[in-house]
Design a protein around this ligand. Structure first.
Ligand code: NAD
Length: 298
């Protein structure tokens, strides 16, 4: 069993760290929020007072932070994880951040003789609690092999996507598909309503026909056809519109940097930006159907 330092014990990191404790690892956690640290202590982990204290014994460091700027500041600089880590320490960043930052931090870690992977997740808070996350991993093979049993304790699918930053690349490409497909399915249901086509009938047909996709069959944006989808609980998240917008922004940044044409990704980014400007970003991202319908109140 490993001695693990876990930085960022929020909605995702908290339950992920608790699952590592359950698997028998020694977990020391750090967060800016004392409540988050107390929850780790309740789950059987230990709260650290500082990064220096956390790094003292850590063989593996895992981070689950909001964005690239937080990852940079925690890893880099004279008092960062890379400077404080003992040789051979394995670093795992599970945050969703931009590919460039991920590659910059990984290169600095490699120069310092450390093993590092990026391992962003899908599966949301429910997946973090249940230990059923999907990890998309970028980094060298030996680092991946060392990390795999640790990630297995927090998830059910772990995929190696290639070199540094490729986990982040996979995450934003996947979520661009998700954002676009949710808008497509929502437009189809709204059009069906106007044409007098029953929602269940559209679902029964499209879920067996060429319009079939996850946004339709698992996360259907109208109540009824898929009883577990957020539409059945007034779009309580789930995965918020704000999270979707964050990932679409990352995808558009990457598209600009690489000169890739992504007109539908750009359109999806615009739609979720407008949705957020209407104050709807805290609802599940599938509430985009109501935004498109112009029905913002229910
Ligand atoms: P969160 O805001 O709940 O948690 C982030 C935590 O990091 C907070 O508790 C914050 O206090 C802590 N933090 C920030 N800076 C810190 C620092 N310098 N030192 C120590 N702690 C620090 O966010 P979350 O929902 O847990 O998301 C974390 C990451 O996971 C994000 O990158 C997000 O995009 C990604 N993600 C989230 C979901 C989801 O459904 N919530 C799903 C997939 C991926």
């Amino acid at each position: 069993m490993a001695k693990i330092g876990f930085v960022g014990l929020g909605n995702m990191g908290g339950p992920m760290a608790a699952n590592l404790v359950k698997a028998g690892h020694t977990v020391t956690g750090l967060d800016l929020d004392d409540g988050a640290k107390a929850r780790l202590a309740d789950a059987g982990g230990r709260a650290a007072g500082s990064l220096i204290e956390l790094m003292g014994e850590a063989e593996i460091v895992i981070t689950m932070l909001p964005a690239g700027s937080h990852v940079r500041s925690v890893y880099m600089g004279g008092e960062g994880v890379i400077a404080l880590a003992r040789p051979e320490t394995l670093l795992i960043d599970c945050s969703t951040i931009d590919v460039q930052t991920s590659r910059t931090v990984a290169a600095e870690a490699e120069q310092a003789g450390l093993f590092m992977i990026d391992a962003p997740v899908s599966g949301g808070v429910g997946g973090a609690e249940a230990g059923t996350l999907t990890f998309m991993v970028g980094g060298p093979e030996p680092a991946f092999e060392r990390a795999k049993p640790i990630l297995d304790a927090m998830g059910k699918t772990v995929v190696h996507a290639g070199g540094p930053g490729n986990g982040q690349a996979a995450k934003i490409c996947n979520n661009m598909v998700l954002g676009i497909s949710m808008i497509a399915v929502s437009e189809a249901f709204n059009l069906a309503d106007q044409l007098g086509l029953d929602r269940q009938a559209l679902f029964d047909i499209s879920s067996k026909a060429s319009g079939q996709c996850w946004s339709l069959t698992t996360y259907c944006p109208v109540p009824g056809p898929v009883p577990t989808s957020p539409a059945n609980r007034d779009y309580a998240p789930g995965f918020t519109g704000a999270m979707m917008l964050k990932d679409l922004n990352l995808a558009q940044d990457a598209a600009r940097t690489t000169g890739t044409a992504t007109p539908l990704g750009a359109g999806a980014q615009q739609i979720y930006t407008l949705l957020a400007n209407e104050g709807l970003a805290a609802r599940d991202f599938s509430a985009v159907i109501e935004f498109l319908r112009g029905n913002k109140s229910d």
